[in-house]
Design a protein around this ligand. Structure first.
Ligand code: DQA
Length: 151
């Protein structure tokens, strides 16, 4: 187990298209730009932040499994469409027992009914949705405070 505690930011399918994809729901900022801000925020607090995006369910599951040995102490995850479909990714998070915050750029509750159910929310420490890319920052601030209660 690594000595340094780190935070993992996980992005699910189609979030690589941020900036291009349905900006009315997801905003104009690219994923690279969001990730850089999160990495910088972590650095300012002395906590390494790692970001990972995949369109493949198994890659996200395997990345979650890797948190058992890579020093990850907290996870921020936007499971994207897997939010509404993936028992397997839910089980991975339950299996590694890492605390996590669930983030959605859009307010899923103001959208189609199929987006109202999440396989993750009952396991999450908390859920942020509808605040755009800022939601990731708020989640990261919370995770940082959990790791560094004195801050
Ligand atoms: C999303 C909401 C999901 O319903 C959708 O499938 C996404 C993105 C969001 O960030 O608002 O891909 O998780």
């Amino acid at each position: 187990m690594s000595e340094t505690q780190s935070i993992l930011v996980l992005h699910g399918p189609n979030l690589n298209l941020l900036g291009v994809r349905e900006p009315q729901h997801y905003g104009a900022e690219t994923l690279a730009s969001i990730n850089q801000r999160l990495i910088d925020l972590g650095q300012a607090h002395g906590v390494p932040v790692t970001c990972f995006q995949s369109n493949r369910e198994y890659e996200l599951i395997e990345r979650v499994h890797a948190t058992l040995t890579d020093g990850t102490a907290y996870i921020v995850i936007n499971p994207a469409a897997f939010t509404h479909t993936s028992v397997a990714l839910r089980d991975a998070l339950a299996g590694v027992k890492k605390p996590f915050v669930e983030v959605h750029l859009s307010n899923v509750h103001a959208r189609e009914a199929f987006r109202h159910h999440s396989y993750f929310s009952d396991l999450a420490t908390g859920v942020i949705c509808g605040l755009g890319a800022k939601g990731y920052e708020y989640a990261l601030h919370f995770a940082l405070a959990q790791l560094q209660p004195a801050n």
